[in-house]
Design a binder for this molecule. Structure first.
Ligand code: 9MR
Length: 344
């Protein structure tokens, strides 16, 4: 009988242990304190300053800030010759008051452009003037406040060809190179990045970008870094793909920014609850990514940035119209296993 009781107790004990989250922690210490490189978050001006726990997490946990939207042309440049700085300046003030690096996102992209740019009907010279004015006005405005810029975002297609954006159509393929030269003229101190998605999982696209970057270097174009967005999931990419991708991008010698990290747990859009198993797989994927990043030479580690703070603010829910839980903090701003595994 005694033996039976002991066995039962052991089994009950084991089951109880297994119910404990594999990683559990509070967020008493700032996450960035565990790393020698900046750890950042994309900040939404819809969330900041509403008096929720978001503000404190944004201020304390991270030492780098990327504007999620408020630096994009549709926000900053609403009319020809008309700039709207209030929100972007408020974020710059916030980051300065919190001793955080400010990373500028984004100068040239084919999305989130104001209506007047889509409708603009000028000559090639007019287009070039518009392009140059936008880049230089914005970069000059933030000179000395923004440490690095995503100068061009998502210019390549999945098959490695150049995307036919509004900029390529009106300025030709050299718009890429011009964007970097104009940004550099406006702030010679700022680090200039090319930023894109799927560079981790799609070697064809990655190699096209890397080959273009080599050409830029040979031509003396001021490109200093590469942003790998890392909108990944627990299913994709495999860890081996992550290791291969970071190994290849390291060869460029450029600064590497994991610029928009989130790890979807519901990439197939099923009905899911964020159970322990899913959240642990998310934590493990993220831990592998960050460990692999830590192996890069220190001078190539520009930093890592999460694309949001709490699951309730993620772009993924809005954009894909599905339940997902891709970030470090849950809907109640509590740290998840993904946070805890990094905070040690
Ligand atoms: O997170 C951003 C979301 O709020 C915007 O609606 C969306 C518009 O396309 O852009 C999101 O951010 C994107 C970033 O600027 C560039 N890489 C992909 C990001 C997710 O779509």
């Amino acid at each position: 009988m005694l033996r039976f009781c002991l066995l039962l107790l052991t089994l009950v004990g084991l089951a109880a242990c297994q119910k404990e989250p594999l990683t559990q922690c509070d967020a008493a210490q700032p996450l960035h304190g565990y790393y020698p490189f900046p750890v950042g978050a994309a900040i939404s001006m819809i969330e900041l300053g509403r008096g929720t726990a978001y503000d404190e997490l944004a201020r304390r946990q991270f030492n780098s800030v990327t504007p999620e939207n408020c630096f994009k042309p549709s926000y900053l440049h609403p009319g020809p010759g008309q700039y709207y700085w209030a929100e972007a300046d408020a974020l710059a003030d916030f980051s300065q008051a919190s001793n955080q690096r400010l990373h500028g996102h984004v100068l040239i992209w084919h999305q989130q452009l104001p209506g007047w740019m889509w409708a603009f009907a000028g000559s090639p010279a007019d287009w070039e003037a518009l392009f140059k004015d936008h880049i230089q006005t914005v970069v000059r405005h933030f000179r000395g406040r923004v440490a690095g810029w995503d100068v061009v975002n998502e210019a390549f297609e999945a098959d490695g060809t150049l995307r036919s954006t509004i900029w390529k159509q009106h300025l030709g393929a050299t718009y890429l190179e011009k964007a970097f030269r104009y940004a550099h003229e406006a702030d010679p101190e700022a680090l200039l990045f090319y930023n894109d998605y799927d560079l981790d999982s799609n070697p064809v696209k990655r190699r096209a970008v890397l080959s273009w970057l080599r050409t830029m270097r040979q031509r003396g174009v001021p490109v200093h870094g590469l942003g790998l967005q890392m909108h990944i999931s627990i299913l994709n990419p495999e860890n081996t793909q992550i290791a291969e991708a970071l190994g290849e991008v390291q060869q460029t010698g450029l600064k590497i920014h994991l610029s928009e990290i989130d790890v979807a747990v519901n990439p197939l859009g099923k009905a899911v609850t964020p159970n322990r198993e899913l959240l642990q797989r998310q934590a493990d994927k993220l831990a592998f990514l960050v460990r692999t990043y830590q192996e890069l030479p220190r001078d190539q580690q520009y930093g890592i940035t999460f694309w949001g703070i709490s699951d309730q603010n993620t772009w993924i829910r809005r954009y894909f119209q599905r339940d997902d839980y891709p970030l470090l903090f849950d809907d109640n701003y509590q740290p998840k296993p993904a946070y805890c595994i990094l905070a040690r």
